[in-house]
Design a protein around this ligand. Structure first.
Ligand code: ADP
Ligand code: MG
Length: 680
């Protein structure tokens, strides 16, 4: 036990003088801050992290031992020893794994290698505030900074390590939870690592055989090497994937998941495959309880799916085993028919693994389909966490896109708020007679989409519209093309004509908007629009924008605008609603100023305003702030009419009702009394 007096005795004059101090990297300090000063209830996970590191180190050396290369302490047993000493108040965890050289000690236990770790740690901090401390401990293990969890229970940590490299001398790493650590030579000759924790005063509970055994059983049962507590093996060590399914309880699956994913939570689902023909392999794949934050931050996680060959660990995070869009899966795949000394290149090109991969893909999609049909609520939970990944699959895995199509979920006009989800099958089921296509619209969120005037004719027809709010959605639609023969159609498609805005068959009092006014509006707007025309699609709004035929669809344009700052939206056609009071008033006003250029000039701001509001409704107004002046000017005119009372019938003046003018631009006109008038 490396307590104070012993350490001084061991250190020769020479060694003491060669002690060097190092500052922890900023990110490590941040992790330490999170751990040292917080009151975690699950501090016991420090042991899970130490045992997990020891097991990783053993797996790596086990792999090296298969090769012919020279490895220190070739004969040493591959095991993990856990010990404690009540008098010294220490716990030690030793392994005979790969060990660390001096440089490895400095980088592995003094820095965080991941890029983007600062952003990630900030996110952890935010998460701590909202989801509590437990969430942090899981994340820290998954992120690959589990080692530092020792500082929850210890105020002095000593790591002695001797690398497997034949000539590497041993070193001792010492830290006290401050912002620095020291390194000095050590006397150890046996390959591997010993971590000694000097426990804090409030951590005495861990100086108990019973307690340590309990912790190992909870978190480390499936570590594939013997974990010995004071000389006795206390873990199960079994390769769960090779055990017959009938002998495995749900608890065991959950426990194994916890071991793989450094968590205390249960997974959402799992599938256990034991295949004999044509390829012999065993696999357990888990759908995690939540999407790993680091994938969100585009930081690679170390876990994912691990490759084993005949029970021997070969590779972490093996990308060849599941397609990229299923990278959220966590699990183990053990292939019998591969040679033990498989190389990286061989893994990449192996046709056997390609077969395993397509099998795993099929089984995973089937598992998800089963959840979707048996337990829609659980599936909704899955979808909110991992839906984005599946959408990638539509694009990346065309062969599976029919299957994936059944797994997709969207919010739609059928739902009362943005929480609802519908499948394409349900959508089609609800289609009323006469509807032939699947309608959708894209936008940043439901609120914005609901503002588009293009929805009006669909509301009137009771046609459901899918609300697509993920940036990737236009690509999903493009990838699918259709669903069961029903084409996807964006609702502002210029070719679309449901005839909902056509009032000619509803009593015949269609207001007569002159061609002259329409061409006047076109002249006023000039090259700000492609053209101006009367609309057959509007019900409530005065105007809307549509793309010229043969231009790129609006969802693709929005997608381009997101990836390319300089992207220019194509010029649009402004469509006018002939039944709307603004349009009617303007038309009437225009009739009074034919041949009167200065009278026409007074109408200009109102026509321009129609375009501005239409641009706002689409969320593509290039400069919304410019509108403030325009609105103030219009309001000045409108409020001027208040003193002599509104007179909507007068012609020759820009006779807009105050109701129309006094409203902010984004509120539509549905509450306006003027609109109710026209509807009657
Ligand atoms: P992770 O295990 O996810 O990489 P940790 O913070 O637990 O993150 O450990 C950091 C690194 O320290 C490990 O990746 C490994 O390189 C090194 N390490 C920790 N413990 C040991 C050990 N017992 N033997 C060899 N290397 C170790
Ligand atoms: Mg670790």
């Amino acid at each position: 036990m490396a307590d104070e007096p012993l350490e001084k005795k061991e250190a020769t004059e020479d060694e003491t003088s060669s002690r060097e101090d190092f500052a922890f990297q900023t990110e490590v300090n941040q992790v330490l801050q999170l751990l040292v000063h917080s009151l975690y209830t699950k501090r016991e996970v420090f042991l899970r992290e130490l045992v997990s590191n020891a097991a990783d180190a053993l797996s790596k050396v086990q792999f090296e031992l298969l090769t012919q290369r020279e490895v220190a302490s070739r004969e040493a047993d591959l095991e993990i020893l856990v010990d404690f000493n009540v008098d010294d108040r220490t716990i030690t965890v030793s392994d005979t794994g790969v060990g660390m050289t001096r440089d490895e000690l400095i980088t592995s236990l003094g820095t965080i290698a991941h890029s983007g770790s600062k952003a990630f740690l900030d996110a952890i901090e935010a998460r701590r505030k909202e989801a509590g401390e437990g969430a942090v401990l899981d994340l820290i293990g998954q992120f690959g900074v589990g080692f530092y969890s020792v500082f929850m229970v210890a105020d002095r940590v000593v790591v002695e390590s001797r690398s497997m490299e034949p000539d590497a001398p041993a070193h001792r790493w010492v830290a006290t939870g401050g912002d620095s650590f020291s390194i000095e030579p050590a006397g150890r000759t046996l390959r591997g690592t010993t971590v000694t924790l000097h426990l804090k005063d409030d951590a005495s509970e861990f100086l108990s055989r019973h307690r340590l055994e309990e912790i190992i059983n909870t978190y480390s049962n499936f570590v594939p090497f013997p974990v010995k507590l004071q000389g006795n093996v206390v873990n199960r060590q079994k390769a769960l994937w090779a055990v017959s399914k009938s002998e495995i309880t749900e608890e065991m699956y959950t426990e194994f998941y916890g071991h793989l994913n450094h968590t205390t939570k249960a997974p959402l689902a799992h599938v256990h495959l034991q295949a004999d023909v044509p390829i012999q392999f065993n696999a357990i794949l888990y759908v995690p309880h939540e999407s790993p934050l680091m994938q969100y931050y585009a930081i690679e996680t170390r876990h994912g799916v691990r490759l084993y060959v005949k029970r021997m660990f070969i590779q972490e995070n093996c990308e060849e085993l599941v397609p990229r869009y299923l990278r959220f899966l966590v699990g183990v795949v053990d292939v019998d028919d591969l040679p033990l000394n498989v190389s990286r290149e061989m893994i990449q090109k192996n046709p056997l693994l390609a077969k395993v991969r397509s099998n795993l893909t099929r089984k995973t999609l089937k598992l998800l389909q089963d959840i979707a049909s048996r337990d829609p609520e659980k599936y909704a939970t899955f979808w909110r966490q991992f839906g984005l990944y599946l959408k990638e699959g539509v694009r990346d895995d065309p062969a599976s896109s029919d299957t994936i199509a059944e797994l997709l979920r969207f919010n739609s006009s059928h739902h009362v708020d943005d929480k609802g989800l519908t499948s394409l099958a349900e959508y089609v089921e609800r289609m009323p007679e006469g509807q032939e296509e699947i309608y959708y619209f894209t936008g940043p969120n439901r609120q914005t989409i609901e503002r588009t005037p293009h929805l009006e004719q669909f509301r009137k027809k009771h046609y459901e519209v899918l609300y697509m709010t993920d940036p990737i959605d236009p690509l999903v639609v493009l990838g699918l093309g259709d669903y069961k023969g029903k084409k996807f159609r964006i609702i502002d498609d210029p070719k679309l004509d449901l005839g909902a805005g056509d009032t000619s068959d509803e009593g015949g009092d269609e207001p007569d908007i002159g061609k002259d006014f329409v061409s006047f509006a076109g002249k006023v707007l000039g090259d700000k629009v492609e053209s101006v025309r009367l609309s057959r699609r509007l019900v409530e709004s005065p105007a809307c924008l549509v793309n010229p035929e043969n231009s790129m669809s609006s969802d693709m344009q929005r997608l381009y605008s997101m990836v390319d700052r300089d992207f220019k939206f194509s010029r649009k056609i402004l469509e006018l609603n002939a039944s709307h009071p603004i349009v009617r008033n303007l038309n009437a006003a225009f009739a009074g100023v034919v041949g009167d250029p200065s009278g026409q000039e007074r109408l200009r701001p109102y026509v321009e305003n129609l375009l501005d509001v239409a641009l706002l409704a689409e969320g593509i107004h290039p400069n919304p702030a410019d509108l403030v002046d325009d609105f103030n000017r219009l309001l000045a005119v409108a409020t001027g009419t208040l003193t002599h009372g509104p007179d909507t019938s007068s012609v020759g003046e820009p006779a807009l009702s105050p109701d129309e003018e006094a409203k902010p631009p984004d509120q539509g006109v549905d509450t306006s009394p003027a609109t109710e008038d026209t509807a009657s």
